[in-house]
Design a protein around this ligand. Structure first.
Ligand code: SAM
Length: 291
């Protein structure tokens, strides 16, 4: 009977066997704590009917636990050396498909159709590579796919940004994107000692649950274009950021003034003072002005 991959001794033995060391440039910190992995599987409420997507399987510690509970797991790994290890460590499991690719280059909607069927619901689980936590979250939320929940390990500092209050330095594009699509809940606090090697930051498992947007806009990507533009120079006023985005011509200035008036927003305010409702109002008013 083989022991779980998520075990300090077995993890080190696998790395030794392949002559590998965790690569910093790929954010490799392998989970060796089975309790944390069970906690992740429990938080995502995976059943034998579930299709699961995993990001960054590494040597397979989490993948193995997911495969035991789910119908099928599709995992994206960028590092070819890890993919080679996985074909060995995960060989006892028939319901796993490892795809060697950069998650940020994957068309998730298309892969879901191919792997699980058109518009199939998925659960997304990962011990994220921390150097790209934010871009991955943004991609998942904006991919227009049907997800039941997203349960991901990230550095605690980023977890704090997800529910940041308006006006704080943690508040920003990520907070607003999360708020539009989901509710975020801190599921597990994880100490550095649960990994090999131990990361030099604290970690947390966060659970995202999808939300039907309060204020539906037809094109969320355009709303996020507006939000991103107004945050591009955080210390500058909303007005200056808008001029930067749309231009400084007299005609544009007058349209921007009308839009701000309609949305009932002070031009001199900074973006970090605006909540999601303000941004939605602003977006709709800009559209009325054909901007
Ligand atoms: N899931 C494993 C575990 O929990 O032990 C490994 C997690 S490790 C924190 C992050 C993993 O993501 C590594 O295996 C790394 O090679 C992989 N990775 C890094 N960048 C990636 C990318 N852009 N696309 C896919 N995988 C990536």
């Amino acid at each position: 009977k083989t022991i779980d991959i998520a075990n300090p001794t077995r993890t080190q033995a696998i790395l030794n066997e392949y002559g590998l060391r965790a690569k910093k440039k790929f954010g490799q910190n392998f989970l060796t704590d089975l309790n944390v992995l069970h906690g992740i599987v429990a938080a995502s409420e995976i059943t034998a009917e579930d299709n699961v997507i995993e990001i960054g399987p590494g040597i397979g510690a989490l993948t193995e636990q997911l495969a035991k509970s789910a119908k099928k797991v599709v995992a994206f790994e960028i590092d070819p050396q890890m993919v080679a290890v996985l074909s060995d460590t995960l060989s006892p499991y028939q319901n796993i498909h490892v795809i060697e690719n950069d998650i940020l280059k994957v068309n998730l909607k298309q892969v879901i159709t191919e792997e699980f069927g058109e518009n199939a619901n998925v659960k997304i689980v990962a011990n994220l590579p921390y150097y790209i936590t934010t871009p991955i979250l943004m991609q998942l939320l904006r991919a227009d796919i049907a997800w039941d929940n997203i349960v991901v390990m990230m550095q605690r500092e980023v977890a704090d940004r997800l529910n940041a209050q308006v006006g704080t330095k943690e508040y920003g594009v990520l907070t607003l994107t999360i708020q539009y699509f989901a509710t975020a809940q801190l599921a597990i606090k994880v100490p550095a000692t649960s990994f090999n090697p131990a990361p030099n930051v604290d970690s947390a498992v966060v659970k995202l649950t999808p939300l039907t947007p309060d204020v539906p806009v037809e094109q969320p990507n355009q709303l996020f274009g507006v939000i991103k533009g107004t945050f591009s120079h955080r210390r500058k006023s909303l007005w200056n950021n808008l001029l930067q985005t749309y231009g400084k011509e007299a005609e544009i200035k007058s349209k921007l003034e009308k839009a701000l008036q309609e949305a009932n927003i002070e031009p001199s305010i900074r973006a970090e003072r605006l909540d999601l409702t303000d941004f939605t109002d602003l977006y709709l008013a800009l559209r009325t002005q054909k901007l």
